[in-house]
Design a protein around this ligand. Sequence first.
Ligand code: ARG
Length: 565
Amino acid sequence: MLKQEIKNLIEKTIGKKAVVEVPDNFSYGDFSTNIAIKEKLNPQEIADKLKTSPLFEKVEVVNGFINFFLRPEYFLENLKQILKQKEKYGSSQIGKGKTIVIDYSAPNIAKPFGIGHLRSTIIGQAIYNLYKFSGYKTIGDNHLGDWGTQFGKLIFQIELKIKNEKLKINELTIGDLEKLYVEFHKEAETDPALNDEARAWFKKLENGDKKAKEIWHACKEISLKEFDRIYNLLGIKIDNTLGESFYLDKMPEIFEEMKKKNLTKQSEGAWVVEFENNILPSLVLIKSDGATTYFLRDLATIKYRLKKWNPSIIAYEVGVDQSLHFKQLFETIKMLGWAKDVRFEHIVHGLMRSKTGKFSTRRGDTVHLEDVLQEAIDKAKEIINNSETDKNLPEKEKNELAQQIGIGAVKYNDLSQHHSRDIVFDWDKILNLKGNSGPYLQYAYARTQSVLEKSGLSPNKIFKILDNNFITIVTKALPQENIILKKLLHFSEIVEQATKTFSPNLICNYIFDLSQSFNLFYNEVSILKADTKEQKEFRLALTFAVGQVIKNSLTLLGIESPNKM
Ligand code: ARG
């Protein structure tokens, strides 16, 4: 990449580590460095030495910064690369030979698929896509919450209903499960002995009791069906769904290893883990009644992943409320000495709030994700019905389009800010065709496609035409064209940065910015009615390139790019 090339060049010239950046404003060059300021060197002297490189048209010094302006050949070459590589443009082999396991989505059985899980699903999938695009072997793992003491409560409650009210398990719905769970907690408030009953049931479940397993299995089926509907709506498929229960028979071995390495000790009947100098609070590994914990299951999960996939990164996309859990987990891995050169990362997500502070939906108080997604689709349909979109579009296609726009809008809203931040769910902003939203970008893409369609020229044809003679046109490009050429050049770096820092929002910022530049170009410059044939072809190439880069970006974000809007 050019940025790296320039960095190497500077470092070779002055023998010191340099940071190269892309200035916010291209009047300060395509790249810039503060090396002279940092190292207290004479910037002009360095600039004079670097000027001789064939990379640059000019090298300027402004306030101690050294600014580099690339030769126009590089912009033309990049444009050609976009036309040639198409959907592969921006991809790389940075991760070649390396594997990343991404733990995301992970909803809990017998509970509704919550907003937090939605965030995890959307962000996790985008990160998965980024790593794949960068050449990593990617393993997505949906660590379903399908084990734990809460099932004791549920099984107890269901078993009671089967006995007393002739409830049939195969008639249970996800709504019932939710209700039963709430009921249990209410009743346990007045009758705490119920908690012991629940614990006993979980114990039975862990020991493989037939009845307990049967009820648990039914709960799991019901939930999975519900979750699948949501994954379908979101257009998401996760490689593996192993879930916590998968590790049941893998826990004893871990417990033994913890004991052998003196990393756990008994305290009031339970087995606990303490950290040296109390750098972190201690925690329970095995409860006093012998029940396993979420923590122990996570340890077993790591061991399994290390053995099975030999990853260099294991990343968890999980809410900020589990920060302590992951700190303890990663510290324990260190104490176990399992994976010295594996990077563990907790990619936190913040809360999602509604504009009024609380989420509410048509069904009432609790937020049902499916309702939220359906509402997005309905609202998108309204937009389609009110727009100039082909009025004759068949209903089926309209519905498909509404789904692509509605779901895309929800995803973009989630991804366009840094994942660690709380985000606000505001329909007006999410679906705003004029602001930084999914539909705005999809609209910009559709616009590029409609121009290309009208031109009658295929991308392959444009690619063939676009030879080195075009350098004169590139040299004389209008400011509206120049800015696009410059922005397009930085896509690969943005992808690299977004991947390295687990930040899909960088991709969002970038395409929003690119789309704005394109819209300006579209409004102020005639593409199809350009003065000369070459000019028209050049502008079509730019249009194609912008469309391709928006599409590649939206694909990374898990958002569709409809050709028409
Ligand atoms: N099911 C958990 C929850 O909803 C998230 C699981 C995250 N992954 C993990 N390996 N702990 O809170």
